[in-house]
Design a protein around this ligand. Structure first.
Ligand SMILES: CC(C)(COP(=O)(O)OP(=O)(O)OC[C@H]1O[C@@H](n2cnc3c(N)ncnc32)[C@H](O)[C@@H]1OP(=O)(O)O)[C@@H](O)C(=O)NCCC(=O)NCCS
Length: 182
C-alpha cells in the first residue's frame, strides 16, 4: 500500500473510539455503492448494544473461555482508525479450534489493499499467537466485494442459507466461508 498504515491490537483505552468508528462504518450499510454487509434495516443503522457489549467483555476473556473477542485496528499516519478485523469464539463447547471473523475498511480507504492486509495480518496472528486452526465467517451472499476478497485470501464457501433474512422487503441469502490456518 502507498499510504503509511499500521495494524495493531485494539488497546482497551481505545475501545470507545473503536465503537464510534464501527457506528460510523455501519452507516454505509446498503448505501450508494456499498452492498448490504450487515443484516440490519436501513431504519436501524447503528451499532447494536449487544455487539458493543461483546467487544467490551470479550477483550478481557482468555481464548479458552466462551465469549472471547479480539479486535485489531488499522490506523493511518494520524493514528486514526481506518479499518478493523476481529475474531471471536463460536460460543459453543468443543469449537475452541475455530474462530468467527468480522471486518471492514473505512469508505475512504477501500480498494487499496487494506482489506487483504488485515486478513493476512489476522491469519499470521492466529497461526503464531493462538491454537486456532480454522477461521469461519458469514457473509450476505450479494456482498460481492467481500466475497471476492475472501476467495482471494483463501476462504472457501462451505454453505449457503437461502432466504435467511427478509430486510426492508427483500430476501437475502447468507453464505458461510472458512479458511484453514496453515
Ligand atoms: C469488503 C472490504 C472489506 C474490502 O476491503 P478493501 O480494502 O477494499 O479490499 P482490497 O483493496 O484488499 O481488495 C482485495 C480484493 O477484494 C476484491 N474487491 C474489493 N473491493 C471490491 C469491489 N468493490 N468489487 C469487487 N471486488 C472487490 C477484489 O478481489 C480485490 O482484489 P483486486 O484488487 O486484485 O481486484 C470493503 O469493501 C468494506 O469494508 N466493505 C464494507 C464492509 C464489509 O463488507 N465487510 C465484510 C462483511 S462480511
Amino acid at each position: 500500500m502507498a499510504r503509511d498504515i499500521k495494524i495493531k491490537p485494539l488497546a482497551s483505552e481505545r475501545i470507545d473510539e473503536f465503537l464510534a468508528y464501527l457506528n460510523d462504518h455501519i452507516s454505509d450499510n446498503g448505501k450508494e455503492n456499498t452492498p448490504l454487509f450487515l443484516p440490519i434495516s436501513s431504519d436501524d443503522l447503528s451499532l447494536p448494544t449487544a455487539v458493543a457489549d461483546s467487544f467490551r467483555k470479550g477483550q478481557s476473556l482468555s481464548l479458552n473461555e466462551l465469549g472471547w473477542r479480539r479486535a485489531f485496528i488499522a490506523v493511518n499516519e494520524k493514528d486514526e482508525i481506518i479499518g478493523h478485523i476481529d475474531l471471536k469464539s463460536l460460543n459453543q463447547n468443543y469449537t475452541g479450534h475455530r474462530a468467527l471473523m468480522g471486518m471492514g475498511v473505512d469508505r475512504d480507504y477501500r480498494k487499496e489493499g487494506l482489506g487483504s492486509l488485515l486478513i493476512e495480518w489476522m491469519l499470521d496472528w492466529s497461526k503464531n499467537e493462538t491454537s486456532i486452526e480454522r477461521i469461519d465467517l458469514w457473509v450476505l451472499s450479494q456482498n460481492n466485494p467481500a466475497i471476492c476478497l475472501y476467495h482471494k485470501l483463501g476462504f472457501k464457501k462451505v454453505g449457503e442459507v437461502e432466504d435467511m433474512f427478509r430486510i426492508d422487503g427483500d430476501s437475502h441469502n447468507y453464505s458461510m466461508m472458512t479458511a484453514k490456518i496453515t
